[in-house]
Design a protein around this ligand. Structure first.
Ligand SMILES: [Zn+2]
Ligand SMILES: [Zn+2]
Length: 178
């Protein structure tokens, strides 16, 4: 940056320093969109354009796998009902498309954990009916080598947020046996 000043004294240096610090603080800490980094009004949120790119799952869904069902055939059975599975019910906040993938990628691989609160809110909304029946919260485990590389398990980060918001006990590791 080049500055052209008519003259400068001690007090002007001080004022200039204060102004530059303010600009720097604004640049570093002003709220930015979690996806495209443009300025937003609220911290840890999305701008209108990025928000519109996400496809939230609402309306008629499969009670088991959580996938959206056709509006024209609301009574249709999802193909998941004929398959044997270890889970009783799954809920997802949004369709995994390009925008969702980028958002999750930043969260999962680049340590952009600022999104945890907004993700938690979306997941709470999507899973309202199953969370109310839950007796504990846990996370998908991460292999220790991956954990060493990444330094955090993104699933556990979200599980902690959800446990905090719902007051449901968090169990960080569970083992399964048939
Ligand atoms: Zn954006
Ligand atoms: Zn289904």
């Amino acid at each position: 940056m080049l500055l052209l000043l008519p003259c400068i004294g001690n007090s002007m240096w001080k004022r200039l320093y204060t102004s530059l610090s303010t600009v720097l603080v604004w640049l570093v800490f002003s709220p930015h969109c979690l996806l495209c980094k443009t300025e937003t009004y609220e911290d840890n949120s999305l701008c209108g354009l990025c928000w519109s790119k996400l496809s939230f799952i609402t309306g008629n869904i499969s009670k088991k796998c959580g996938r959206p069902l056709s509006f024209t055939d609301a009574n249709a059975l999802c193909d998941c009902t004929s398959r044997k599975s270890l889970y009783q019910a799954v809920r997802s906040a949004m369709i995994y498309d390009e925008a969702a993938s980028k958002l999750l990628h930043n969260f999962k691989y680049y340590g952009n954990l600022r999104a945890k609160r907004i993700f938690c809110n979306w997941m709470l909304r999507a899973g309202e009916d199953i969370i109310s029946k839950a007796s504990l919260i846990t996370a998908v485990p991460l292999h220790r080598n991956r954990l060493r590389q990444r330094q955090y398990n993104q699933s556990l980060v979200l599980a902690r947020e959800i446990a905090r918001a719902t007051n449901i006990e968090l169990v960080s590791e569970i083992s399964y046996s048939e």
